[in-house]
Design a protein around this ligand. Sequence first.
Ligand SMILES: [Mg+2]
Length: 160
Amino acid sequence: MKYKPDAIFNKITDIKPEFFKQNNIKGIILDVDNTLITLDGEKLIGIDDWVEKIKSSGLKIYIASNTLKHKRVRNIANELKIDYTFWSLKPLKRGLIQGKKYLKLPSNEIAEIGDQYFTDVIGAKRMKMFSILTKPISPEKTSFGRLKRKLEKKVLSKIK
Ligand SMILES: [Mg+2]
């Protein structure tokens, strides 16, 4: 397997601003579903404070969600005061290119953070960005979702 996350965390709020500095990261692109909010739309506890800390430490920040539900992304983006795009098509490059343009940084100074190997990690690595994989913050709701997680587990156990 060619693509590997550069780091794995339990949840996004576990990542300290210093971690980004140590890895020469100056900008962050965030996934939404199961990274910032649960599949039921509930905010991850502590995410407001985390975003505040990230911003005040001088890091730039952007949201690139794969969902087609514009309102869902707009709501959380507005709450956290972060600019965003939806329908990113990760692991394709559309949303991540948009994020890179917004951040005005080279790929190697950008970290993409998300909960899915097949979209977030592969997308980030195709863009030559730093990839941070977090654990999904809520259980899958569909049989397709559960199958996806099974495959993901298999791949991750092989590349570790
Ligand atoms: Mg996600």
